[in-house]
Design a protein around this ligand. Structure first.
Ligand code: ZN
Ligand code: ZN
Length: 206
């Protein structure tokens, strides 16, 4: 499996390009800025991008979505409860001081338990509300992409409208902390970690 991480945008979000070398197909998770760099990394990977999956609808994770969708022709998927963040293709939005072109209405609305199948890889959608109502984590083998739900020694902020700290903590405990200790965590900001390391050391969870 190819996993390429790029740090993008003024809020240093992690954009991931993930795929299967053998099938030559992949997906992009959270194209949050620097569209040119993301497109270059896609070209270097040789992957045909089939779908762009958004862990949630905040601008620091979607600011390059319009361009990446345009250049790859990939489908766009977001959880039903965050779909309101995507509207009016080509109009401009502003959030967190980031101005960006908004993409089309999503091609695919995700819900708990959905499976995204790309190049023979299966990604399960875990609905983990709290940071936003429609935040998701994507689980494949022993790897989980956690967006702004779980970070290295941290958790997503719940200071925004629509956020709920109680819900976020509950999501982490019931959906993520039930995974095996050696599950690799690929967060929406900052460095990689594991479920076991966060179970033992994350000050928000102990
Ligand atoms: Zn966010
Ligand atoms: Zn973020």
């Amino acid at each position: 499996m190819i996993i390429k991480r790029l740090v993008v945008g003024s809020l240093s979000a992690n954009c991931y390009i993930v795929g299967s070398e053998t099938a030559g197909e992949g997906l992009v998770i959270d194209p949050g800025g620097n569209a040119g760099d993301i497109f270059q990394a896609i070209s270097d990977s040789g992957l045909d991008i089939k779908i762009i999956v958004l862990t949630h609808g905040h601008s620091d994770h979607i600011a390059a979505l319009y361009d990446i969708q345009d250049r790859t022709g990939a489908e766009v998927a977001i959880h039903t409860a965050d779909a309101q963040f995507l509207r009016g293709r080509g109009s401009f939005s502003m959030m967190f001081g980031i101005s960006y072109k908004t993409p089309a209405t999503p091609d695919r609305l995700l819900n708990e338990g959905d499976i995204i199948d790309v190049g023979g890889l299966n990604f399960s959608v875990l609905h983990t509300p709290g940071h936003t109502p429609g935040s998701i984590c994507l689980l494949t083998d022993n790897k989980v992409f956690t967006g702004d739900t779980l970070f290295y020694r941290g958790i997503g902020t719940t200071l925004m409208p629509g956020s709920s700290r109680r819900q976020l903590i509950d999501s982490i405990h019931t959906r993520l902390m039930v995974l095996p200790d050696d599950t690799a965590v690929y967060p929406g900001h900052g460095r990689e970690t594991t479920i076991g390391a966060e179970r033992r050391n994350n000050p928000f969870l102990i």
